[in-house]
Design a protein around this ligand. Structure first.
Ligand code: MG
Length: 162
């Protein structure tokens, strides 16, 4: 085994009327979106945090400060591409990533494959290296009450350049 690094990420955003719902880089129609900076793509945020953590570079807030106007309304998938370039710059490659959305509504099963494809394309990896799934919480907690969406991510990086 080479030099391996793992990272985990977690994020939450609240639902907000008048915003588009973007999850895993896919815009899901006919549902309230999420409040937050950029497009509030909670799944991609958790994934970026996992990758940045595996690089031991802190978190998204450190790399892309929300005080910086450059990141107003920016697509999270675009930022994920920048994180992927950082992985290469630091001499690593992403071996695998897995994610979980914690969401009561809407059901995202019909968008899952497109999310995997969008994420894999941004990361420059095979779609088989990206997992996306979703769970409900049986009506419990803020996700179960439909107040917001949570997302978890785990990644495995391998050092390819010393
Ligand atoms: Mg976030």
């Amino acid at each position: 085994m080479g030099d391996l690094r793992v990272g985990t990420g977690y994020d939450v955003h609240a639902f907000a009327e008048g915003r588009a719902l973007v999850l895993g880089g896919v815009t899901i129609p006919d549902h309230a979106g999420l409040a937050g900076h950029s497009d509030a793509d909670v799944l991609v945020h958790a994934l970026m945090d996992a990758i940045i953590s595996a690089l031991r570079e802190g978190d998204i807030g450190r790399l892309f400060p929300d005080t910086d106007a450059e990141y107003d309304g920016i697509s999270s998938i675009e930022l994920l591409g920048r994180v992927a370039r950082l992985v290469a710059e630091r001499g690593y490659r992403l071996l695998d990533a897995d994610t979980v959305l914690v969401i009561e509504h809407p059901r995202i099963s019909g968008y899952r494959e497109e999310m995997r494809e969008r994420i894999a394309a941004a990361l420059g990896v095979d779609v088989e290296s990206v997992g996306v799934k979703a769970t409900t919480t049986e009506g419990l907690g803020f996700e179960g009450r439909g107040e917001g969406v949570g997302a978890h991510a785990v990644v495995l990086l391998e050092r390819v350049n010393p």
